[in-house]
Design a protein around this ligand. Structure first.
Ligand code: MG
Length: 157
């Protein structure tokens, strides 16, 4: 058994769609990024790579590569999942904390969990998901950014 930890943060900007866990969340802003800015999928991919002792997603998908501009983050996660398979590892469980002042994410928990369950091919019962606000403090509290933390447990066979 091996654990992995991932963290990511992206800035909210106008005229971008907001994606979390591969789900489009209706909101007036979206997350800036070289990819679609899906902070959840990025931290999840990093947690999986970290559990295997691999470099982070910036190594596999450098933001200097114009060829992958606007790449869907599901493809980034897909790369981590391919490495997981190559390394004979399977996912035991995933636990996720989204840190975001707005919008309220509770109505999207089940949709996000189902989306992740499909991508990871693990039961929703093995996926923990919750969102926290920052109590109005700092950049997150002012709604300027969205962060995410993910922990994973994997098994190497
Ligand atoms: Mg990122």
């Amino acid at each position: 058994m091996r654990t992995g930890l991932g963290f990511d943060i992206h800035r909210f900007v106008e005229n971008r769609k907001f994606f979390l866990g591969g789900v489009h969340i209706p909101f007036e802003k979206g997350l800036l990024g070289h990819s679609d800015g899906d902070v959840l999928l990025h931290s999840l991919a990093d947690a999986l790579l970290g559990a295997m002792g691999k470099p982070d997603i910036g190594f596999f998908f450098p933001d200097t590569d114009e060829g992958i501009k606007e790449i869907e983050s599901s493809k980034i996660l897909g790369r981590a999942l391919q490495i997981l398979k190559d390394e004979n590892c399977s996912i035991e469980n995933v636990d996720i904390v989204i840190i975001c002042e707005k919008p309220k994410l509770l109505p999207f928990y089940e949709t996000i969990k189902k989306s992740l369950s499909g991508m990871l091919r693990v039961d929703t019962e093995r996926i923990g998901l919750k969102a926290k606000t920052f109590e109005g403090l700092g950049e997150i509290g002012r709604g300027e950014t969205c962060a995410c933390m993910v922990s994973v447990l994997i098994e190497k066979r």
